[in-house]
Design a protein around this ligand. Structure first.
Ligand code: SF4
Length: 244
């Protein structure tokens, strides 16, 4: 099938194609948000052996660890947990402090790079294709999300829910009794690391609860939307100091 044909498949059919095509070289990458859980639910029903991968940054809220156990119990799934490199974290926090993310957007990006982006990159080396729960409606940065993405790295990235609305996600979760993250029931719109996520007020943007103290960093960790321009150059200098 061409990418255009794949892009038109319903989410479940696209996952079925990926599972059949790539088998153990395909994984769902999820932080257990509703979108990721929709993919987990679909994949588990298509193939109980489907791989589910997540990143444990070391700064997650307890409710996210509880979600990992819930997914294991509910689906009988083995959740593959990727951890940051110990030496990289040690050098980063020794140099910049454990709460470096509060100091400046480039240091926040550095923390995300060390604790999220690089561990996921190592994990993705074991697959040829992966799926994320990105939706175009989640933010301006994600408005151009393609269903089939061959430009984000050596692996094929699928965004089966790219065109879904929040209402469609909610309807699927309800109809299929998909397990949900406890903090989503406490006013969070999305949940990342504990110090970098908060509940949002009524009417606030869904991404407003992430890195809420930042004015110019972009509400992204770097996994889906990489820094560009001056931010990229500054981040690369900071990274170089940690890695070499
Ligand atoms: S979300 Fe916060 S604590 Fe987590 S990796 Fe990014 S900056 Fe670090």
């Amino acid at each position: 099938m061409t990418d255009e044909q794949l892009s038109r498949l319903p989410a479940r059919d696209l996952l079925a194609w990926a599972l059949e095509t790539y088998r153990e070289r395909f994984a769902i990458v999820s932080a257990f948000q509703p979108e990721g859980m929709v993919l987990v639910d679909m994949a588990m029903k298509l193939s109980p052996q489907a791989r589910i991968v997540t990143v444990d940054t070391g700064r997650l809220p307890q409710a996210t660890y509880d979600m990992m156990d819930t997914v294991r119990a509910h689906y009988g799934a083995a959740v593959e947990v990727l951890l940051p490199d110990t030496g990289e974290v040690e050098r980063m926090v020794s140099r910049h402090g454990v709460n470096l993310f509060r100091a400046a957007p480039p240091l926040r990006k550095l923390c995300c790079e060390i604790r999220k982006v690089r561990p996921l990159g190592r994990g993705l080396a074991t697959v040829d294709a992966w799926a994320s729960g990105l939706r175009r409606g989640q933010s301006a940065e994600r408005a151009g999300t393609p269903v089939i993405d061959r430009s984000s790295g050596p692996q094929l990235k699928l965004n089966p829910l790219a065109a879904w609305t929040q209402e469609e996600v909610d309807a699927y979760v309800t109809a299929h009794a998909v397990p949900t993250h406890a903090l989503l029931r406490a006013g969070y719109a999305t949940v990342g690391c504990e110090p970098c996520s908060r509940a949002i007020a009524s009417g606030e943007d869904a991404r407003a609860g992430r890195w809420w103290w930042e004015q110019d960093g972009g509400k992204e960790c770097g996994i889906h939307v990489s820094p560009t321009g001056k931010m990229r150059r500054t981040l690369d200098v900071l990274l170089d100091e940690i890695l070499h």
